[in-house]
Design a protein around this ligand. Sequence first.
Ligand code: SF4
Ligand code: ZN
Length: 306
Amino acid sequence: MACDRCKNQAAYTRKYSGEKLCSQCFSKSIVKKTAKTISKYKMIKHNELVAVAVSGGKDSLALLKVIHEMSLTHNFKIKVITIDEGIPGYRNEALEIVKKVCLELNVEYKIYSYKDLFDLTLDEALDLRENEKTSSCSMCGTFRRRAMDYAAKDIGADVIATGHNLDDTLQTFVINMLSGDTTKVGWMNPDTAVNSLRKIKPFCEIYESEIVFYAFTNDIPFQSEPCPHMNEGIRTDIREFLNLLESQRSGIKNNLYQSIIKVSEVMKNSNSNTKEKTNCEKCGSECTGNVCSVCILVSKLKSNQT
Ligand code: SF4
Ligand code: ZN
């Protein structure tokens, strides 16, 4: 089987398009597609500093490789930020990989832990929950978003880049719809040019399976241990459901993605997303009430400690 682009031995077949590619042409296509997404949504501007959020998983390490390659020929700089949630036995392997890759690429990196920022590790916070209605991942996500904002500001970044891929976007959309949270759908639009500290997802138009192959074919080392909380939420079920649909009807994920872009565009411009922004009385972060949701969560957990 020959590569459709260069006639070398093909190593990957894109089921949804029928295209067959060798490893090199496949990798080039990933870099090109990422560059196209970045330029389509004006994700990075001249002279900006991009904080690449690297967890040590395949998506974020693949993003680091691609975006580092682009930074060598484009007018922007990158630094790596890594968030340590404080999950015993899980994050340590990842932190070692992140350090190694950053040293090899000669990219500056800094680690920020929940413990330092909130005086609680994730596991301590989970133990202090009143009940398990708040899932591990939703609590972790609340802390992570704040930790990444803090980290990006701390290193003087203009933009935070995360390794979220197309599958992540679809899963988040379905989760938001199933929980009746249509406001969050508006936040999913990749066109984020209006915010001050922009959050970008340069892989948002690439299938997870392609990122996996990119990491594999480029010998990117990534964390083998999954988070022990990974299967507690509904995300894994939705992920499996969407994978099943895609295996039976190639391209269905692309179709859903296109619908999400259209729906999120409408939601973004609707009134439900124009709540007035204020600053949290406790930490100064932007929020919509007097005290931000993170400060409320932390003080609630702390009150359970005593
Ligand atoms: Fe946090 Fe959930 Fe990810 Fe584990 S799987 S790191 S708990 S968001
Ligand atoms: Zn606050």
